[in-house]
Write a protein that binds this ligand. Sequence first.
Ligand SMILES: [Zn+2]
Length: 78
Amino acid sequence: MATYAYRCPACGTFDETRPMGEAPERVACPRCAASSPRQWTAPLLAQMNPALRSALAREEKSQDAPEVVVRASGTTRR
Ligand SMILES: [Zn+2]
């Protein structure tokens, strides 16, 4: 299952949980039943704290391009 975001013109955004790849373009708003278009955003990324987002990006990057410490700071290389 995946969560998809929709935006009701009257009530604002809401989430619908649907099987992956089976989200319709429009669904009825759970509050007022108005036809609501799907939002093409990444809701979890938008809500995520920027520091956490950059930490996750850094973690993902480190899987194939780790940042390696060559020498301790303040020491000279011989
Ligand atoms: Zn509504």
